[in-house]
Design a protein around this ligand. Structure first.
Ligand SMILES: Cc1cc2nc3c(=O)[nH]c(=O)nc-3n(C[C@H](O)[C@H](O)[C@H](O)COP(=O)(O)O)c2cc1C
Length: 241
């Protein structure tokens, strides 16, 4: 009797798998789950200030930032993770009074390094040797090329290139937030010079570029239920067959 019941249960479970498995794989293949996550995300204006990200969620965002692809792998960026409420309050007036900065769980600020010099490039290659065991002769030419490339750039050109990397990190972070059910609001709307002052960034050879309040949407944030406004795919994508 017990055996019959066991066989029946197994058959039921197996048929369940057969019916639903193709559905799951098709869903994944056409990426509907990803698109649903991206539809869920919106630039959150009103956070619930009582809800805080867990240590695990913060670690995921820190890892996502670190894993961001950067030109030549140089990572000319730093991420500030601000939980200090007084500092968040101080930054409000330099953020066009955008309340997200104060009510979020954590305020992330993406900064660029102000110098990418020969020493910094050496450190990057030394790290590669340490992590991958790459022999010096394999990386020698590339090391020399990068040093030459950067010594011929003006500081404005280096800064411009680093700012581009900051935007890649922002894109990465808002996407990972969406996948982790964390709300966020990408922000250019602040005074970077004032942020640098409040956060004492100059002494650390850093400049703020972008802010990203993260946390959890307030239930009465009216923006959360608004439809996405986007130019139709047929107009924004050109297929070249
Ligand atoms: C680089 C960048 C800077 C932005 N700056 C601000 C900002 O300062 N304040 C704000 O409320 N939203 C800001 N946004 C959010 C955009 O307005 C928003 O992403 C856009 O209207 C699309 O809406 P959605 O993100 O809700 O889909 C910014 C977005 C990006 C990508």
């Amino acid at each position: 009797m017990i055996i019959v019941s066991y066989v029946k249960k197994s058959l039921f479970f197996t048929s369940y798998l057969f019916i639903f498995f193709p559905f799951f794989t098709i869903q994944n293949r056409i990426g509907m789950n990803s698109i649903e996550r991206l539809e869920w995300r919106y630039a959150t204006k009103k956070f619930d200030s009582t809800k805080k990200l867990s240590e695990n969620q913060l670690n995921i965002l820190k890892s996502a930032f670190t894993l961001t692809a950067t030109s030549y792998g140089l990572q000319p960026l730093k991420l500030l993770v601000i939980s200090n409420q007084k500092i968040k309050n101080d930054l409000l007036e330099h953020s066009y009074n955008q309340q997200q900065v104060v009510d979020c769980s954590h305020l992330l600020v993406i900064c660029i390094k102000t110098t990418i010099d020969s020493n910094y490039i050496d450190e990057k290659f030394d790290l590669e040797k340490e992590v991958r065991g790459t022999p010096e002769e394999t990386i020698n030419d590339f090391r020399a090329f990068l040093k030459d490339e950067f010594s011929n750039k003006t500081s404005e050109e280096i800064e411009y290139s680093s700012i581009n990397q900051a935007y890649i990190a922002l894109g990465n972070l808002i996407t990972v937030c969406a996948f982790e059910s964390i709300d966020s609001c990408p922000m250019e709307g602040f005074n970077p010079e004032k942020f640098d002052e409040v956060l004492d960034l100059k002494s650390q050879q850093l400049k703020s570029v972008l802010a990203l309040p993260v946390g959890f949407r307030n239930d009465d944030c009216f923006m959360s239920t608004l439809k996405k406004v986007r130019i139709p795919i047929e107009e924004s994508v050109i297929n070249v067959d």
